[in-house]
Design a protein around this ligand. Structure first.
Ligand code: HEC
Length: 143
């Protein structure tokens, strides 16, 4: 009796655990990226981007619109409060790939450090901070 109760409990834990895992893997964000991509991007973003763009992509200075003495701009927020959403997906990808140096900016390129799917994951991560209004406006620009 005790033994079968024990087995039933074990079975229940196994089933619940499995269902939980499946549910966690298929969270639909309603956007182009999955919850897993956001998770993957979170770690990569902390490692490669947060030093300049802030760990939640909030930027590091309120004066990101103001040129520095050398004529370049500080790293802008990427969380939807600046204008990263003006750029369609292919431009966002190439900005991360090439950086801003070819355009007279300061951001290093990541084409030699990140795989294309990792670049997509960091984009997913900072877009996860965009509210729906910003995200929809960005979608319009991608058409
Ligand atoms: C050394 C600092 C630095 C690092 C590290 C860095 N950036 Fe940047 N980023 C900048 C600066 C500065 C700009 C403004 C353009 C320029 O000067 O190149 C910028 C601009 C951008 C833009 C364009 C935003 C807009 O509104 O036009 C995107 C997108 C971006 N960065 C994403 C990333 C991602 C993703 C990473 C990590 C993989 C990253 N950056 C790492 C400094 C950095």
């Amino acid at each position: 009796m005790i033994r079968s109760y024990f087995l039933k409990t074990l079975l229940w834990i196994a089933v619940a655990g499995f269902a939980g895992t499946v549910a966690a893997q298929s969270v639909d964000t309603g956007r182009w990226y999955s919850a897993e991509q956001v998770e993957q991007g979170r770690g990569l973003f902390q490692q490669h981007c947060a030093a300049c763009h802030g760990n939640q992509a909030q930027g590091k200075t309120a004066n990101w619109k103001q040129r520095l003495p050398d004529g370049s701009f500080p790293p802008p927020p990427l969380n939807g409060t600046a204008h990263a959403w003006h750029h369609p997906m292919n431009i966002l990808r190439s900005t991360v790939y090439r950086g801003g140096i070819p355009l007279g900016g300061k951001m290093p390129g990541f084409g030699d450090k990140l795989q294309p799917e990792e670049i997509d994951a960091v984009i997913a991560y900072f877009q996860s901070f965009w509210n729906d209004r910003i995200y929809q406006a960005w979608l319009q620009r991608n058409r």
